[in-house]
Design a protein around this ligand. Structure first.
Ligand SMILES: *Cc1c(COP(=O)(O)O)cnc(C)c1O
Length: 487
């Protein structure tokens, strides 16, 4: 440390001195004292760290001012009191974005969550009989009607549905699966791992690209307990390929008296044009599968959940297993799921009101109009703020996401933003730091904000965020509080 740094450290006000300043005393009015003291300590410690590290010496005097330190303290307190889990703008062009919460709920589903969360409910109570009921009753009839199943149940997510199925139907026994279907979904969910967890033994049949029904049959032994098909949601093997159909597998299961389970992954309930490659649950059940499972928050567009539909006898066994209790869903999930499924009774309404379906079903003209509206708004906001940026529109290839429909490219539109000061990376970073973070994409020299998963009502917020970010990105890297504060 040089003399200059030592002097700067000596000039730093003490925590006690700062606590006496009017600005910090004002913070004491709205925050617990210990919190304010801790925040002041942290603000001072940061300046101390900057000085000790020798970074940005020309800013040392400014950031050591009591005024600057109290601003930093207020900012620290604001960050502590702000929720960590919060909303963001999804301008990525990936509709079911697993990192951004997958599906957003339909308004009717949100209303039902609010109602059930704030009041007692008949979660496990049979109102007519005045006796204990089952939480599965709320969705059983609805799911059965929608898929043609005899019975249904819901667990925490589809990974839990697969774990429960394997544990109940095949623990200590063999499960026959095609080698081409031993998939990994999103990092931590791997079919072979789940199999091990459940206590079932995996028997791989066929090859990576070709598995025939004869391969299944040749693998059957007295130890076989289950035939499992897994939909390879997030990748496609193309070219010289073959997989046994669920009808063939089900017919083999019938002949040998073995149950058949089908993990569909996304589980689309509507025949949307975009869903051509997603096998519907009803088709698997018709083909003879005993139990079919899929996610609630992928292409269904509901809350996180694992949905199991199938034969009454099989579903009853699943419900009675101790794991079912450990994997059960909360009342808020059930409320959201029931309301979402209700919308599916009228396919037109489902398409209109479930955001995931509405976004995936959007025509290119619609995203073009939305992008044009965003561009107009942005240009006006940028001009009004006296900032310099170039705003344009480009065609994009958006994605379904969530490990669904890997090959599908949805023709969409994005608004491009280029700042005339600061780098494109700085702009993208600043967009994520906006009061409502905006997550977009960097493409060459511009940030692209894809509008596929945006609504008209989001546009003014996006414009505000972009203006805020352009101001931030224009600040010099020394991070002077003045520039940030006035941006
Ligand atoms: C996504 C997926 C899962 C896991 O579902 P979650 O709801 O994320 O737990 C399991 N199997 C397949 C085939 C999937 O696509």
């Amino acid at each position: 440390m040089n003399d200059e740094a030592r002097q700067a450290l000596r000039r730093l006000p003490s925590v006690d001195e700062l606590l006496q300043t009017p600005a910090v005393r004002q913070l004491l009015e709205g925050n617990p004292r210990e919190q304010v003291v801790e925040a002041v300590r942290e603000a001072v410690a940061r300046v101390r760290e900057r000085v000790s590290s020798g970074a940005f010496p020309d800013t040392w005097a400014a950031v050591s001012e009591p005024e600057s330190l109290s601003t930093a303290t207020a900012e620290i307190l604001r960050r502590w009191s702000r929720p960590h889990l919060r909303r963001v703008v999804n301008a990525t062009g990936v509709v079911v974005h697993t990192n951004l919460g997958r599906s957003i709920l339909a308004p009717s589903a949100i209303a039902r969550v609010v109602e059930v969360a704030g009041a007692y409910s008949n979660l496990e109570y049979d109102i007519d009989a005045g006796v204990r009921g089952s939480r599965h009753d709320h969705i059983d009839a609805l799911l059965s009607r929608l898929t043609g199943a005899e019975a249904a149940m819901v667990v925490n997510n589809n990974a839990a549905a697969v774990l429960l199925t394997l544990s109940v139907l095949a623990a200590g026994k063999e499960v026959v699966v095609s080698r081409g279907q031993l998939v990994e979904i999103g990092g931590s969910f791997r079919i072979p791992d789940i199999m091990r967890m459940s206590g079932a033994r995996l028997v791989e049949v066929g090859t990576t690209n070709k598995t025939r029904i004869g391969d299944y049959e040749a693998a059957l032994t007295g130890e076989t307990a289950l035939l499992l098909r897994v939909h390879t949601s997030n990748f496609k093997v193309v070219g010289f390929t073959e997989e046994a159909s669920i009808a063939e597998i089900a017919s083999l299961g019938r002949r040998w008296g073995l149950p058949v389970a089908d993990d569909l992954g996304s589980g689309a309930l509507l025949p949307l044009e975009a869903f051509r490659d997603e096998p519907p649950a009803s088709a698997s059940l018709q083909a003879g599968a005993d139990v079919v499972m899929f996610s609630g928050d992928k292409l269904l567009g509901g809350p996180q959940a694992g949905i199991l539909v199938g034969r009454a006898e099989t579903i009853t066994r699943l419900r009675q297993h101790p794991l079912a209790r450990a994997l059960r869903v909360d009342k808020m999930t059930l409320a959201a799921l029931e309301a979402t499924l209700q919308l599916y009774r009228d396919p037109e309404r489902a398409r209109r009101e479930i955001p995931t379906l509405r976004f995936l079903d959007r025509r290119s003209e619609e995203t073009a109009a939305l992008a044009a509206a965003l561009r107009t708004r942005l240009e006006a906001a940028v001009r009004a703020a006296g900032l310099k940026a170039e705003v344009g529109i480009q065609e994009t290839a958006a994605k379904a996401g969530g490990g669904s429909l890997p090959l599908l490219e949805i023709p969409s539109h994005g608004v491009t933003v280029r700042s005339e000061v600061g780098s494109v990376v700085a702009l993208e970073t600043a967009l994520r730091a906006a009061p409502v973070p905006i997550v977009g994409r960097v493409a060459q020299d511009a940030v692209v904000l894809d509008v596929l998963a945006l609504d008209e009502a989001d546009l003014s917020e996006v414009a505000d965020g972009v203006v805020w970010a352009l101001g931030q990105a224009a600040c010099p890297p020394s991070d002077t509080p003045d520039c940030r504060a006035h941006a």
